[in-house]
Design a protein around this ligand. Structure first.
Ligand code: GSH
Length: 223
């Protein structure tokens, strides 16, 4: 069976978890705090980052969420998430890169730093100026998601794809940490609400990072 090394607020692990669940694949969660630089974990992934997907029986180790998702797509026939014409597949990959890099860099990573790393690792208070700027940048990303959804039912086209999983994984972590103000983003909010109701999303919404409580709306599928 696959073992997924992750911690509850890692957005890249969330993307892999959503993909595994949407494909109906069974896996076991292994808690890993990458900031602890555990030797056995570094042996699996010298980059020291989550997620890592490991199959002990086959001695197979996959690291980096995009490499993992591509592997799962190539080796599983169920519920393809990088699908359609070559142009559609290129659009899916463009958006996955945009959400993994820009949405993460502008919003999720600074939120994680201010609200998780500072609290758990450094025992310092968040910087309110940084938090305000992150919420402003989150609005910019949500405007772009609104724009995409004005033109298509799903982010990359007519069907749900890895682009939707990548965006919702980042937004769910930012939302947990109080970085998302959904007001004025009807399209993005309606799309995200559909996601919150999917069976693949339920376990993510139910999980908590110790010492950090999400806002009340976070796990409410009607909010
Ligand atoms: N490009 C990588 C990014 C993974 C990543 O940045 N993971 C973070 C946790 S969300 C991490 O492990 N950071 C620890 C570190 O960079 O030392 C992926 O897609 O898997």
């Amino acid at each position: 069976m696959w073992h997924l090394y992750q911690f509850p607020l890692c957005p890249f692990s969330r993307k892999v978890r959503l993909l595994l669940s949407e494909k109906g694949m069974v896996y076991e969660l292994c808690r890993e705090n990458p900031w602890q630089h555990r030797e056995a974990f570094l042996a699996l992934n010298p980059a020291g980052r989550t997620p890592v997907l490991h199959d002990p029986e086959r001695g197979l180790t996959l690291a980096d969420s995009r490499a993992i998702c591509e592997y799962l797509e190539e080796t599983s026939d169920t519920h393809p998430m990088i699908n359609g014409t070559a142009a559609t597949r290129a659009e899916i990959r463009r958006l996955v890169a945009l959400f993994d890099e820009n949405l993460y860099g502008d919003v999720t990573a600074p939120m994680l730093h201010e609200r998780m790393t500072k609290r758990i690792v450094r025992r310092a208070a968040p910087d309110s100026q940084v938090l305000r700027e992150v919420i402003r940048l989150a609005h910019e990303h949500l405007y772009y998601i609104d724009y995409l959804l004005d033109h298509r039912p799903w982010l990359a086209g007519t069907t749900m794809s890895l682009a939707d999983l990548a965006a919702s994984a980042q937004l769910s972590v930012a939302d947990y940490l109080g970085g998302i103000d959904w007001a004025g983003h009807e399209q993005a909010h309606a799309w995200y609400s559909v996601f919150k109701s999917r069976p693949s999303f339920g376990p993510l919404l139910a999980e908590r990072m110790e010492g950090i409580q999400p806002p009340v709306h976070y796990a409410d599928v009607n909010a």
